[in-house]
Ligand binder design. Structure first.
Ligand code: 4NP
Length: 152
């Protein structure tokens, strides 16, 4: 039995592929890859089929995290296929809740430092991506704690 975790943002090129890559890296480093099915998607379809934003990839690579994803839009089937839908901000939460109010959390709920919103970095600078990276790293650990798999 695997736990399905889908990370969702607006475009699926900045925050959610980063969250997917960091969470996958975290579970891999703990030898738990087999226990998870991890993916990401966007509420919008603007960037469908595109590789992640270069700034997102560069930030991950700088921290030793590999990124491999092509953007796709979230579908109704995702609510069935994944146990957890983890989104980044209030706008994502609203859009997802309109589709199907089930299994949705803000990833930031699991931040041990309590920073709930993982803000859209698209029109920001590289610093915004670094900030997102620190957040998704903390949230990955916090989410594993929530699942009872912390400190493994
Ligand atoms: P993401 O960032 O939701 O973290 O992937 C964005 C990417 C693209 C756009 C907005 C946010 N856009 O407007 O194209």
């Amino acid at each position: 039995m695997t736990t399905g975790v889908l990370f969702v943002c607006l475009g699926n090129i900045c925050r959610s592929p980063m969250a997917e890559a960091v969470f996958a890296h975290t579970v891999d480093s703990k030898g738990m890859s087999d226990q998870f099915n991890i993916d990401s998607a966007g509420t919008a379809a603007y960037h469908t089929g595109e590789v992640p934003d270069q700034r997102s990839t560069d930030t991950c690579v700088k921290h030793g995290v590999k990124v491999k994803h092509l953007a796709r839009q979230v579908t109704k089937a995702d609510f069935h296929d994944f146990d957890y839908i983890l989104c980044m901000d209030q706008s994502n939460l609203q859009d997802l809740t309109k589709m199907q109010p089930k299994n949705i959390h803000m990833f930031g709920e699991f931040d041990p430092q309590g920073e709930k919103i993982i803000a859209d970095p698209y029109y920001g600078k590289v610093k915004a991506f670094e900030h997102n990276f620190a957040q998704v790293s903390r949230c990955s650990e916090g989410f594993l704690q929530h699942l009872g798999l912390g400190n493994a």
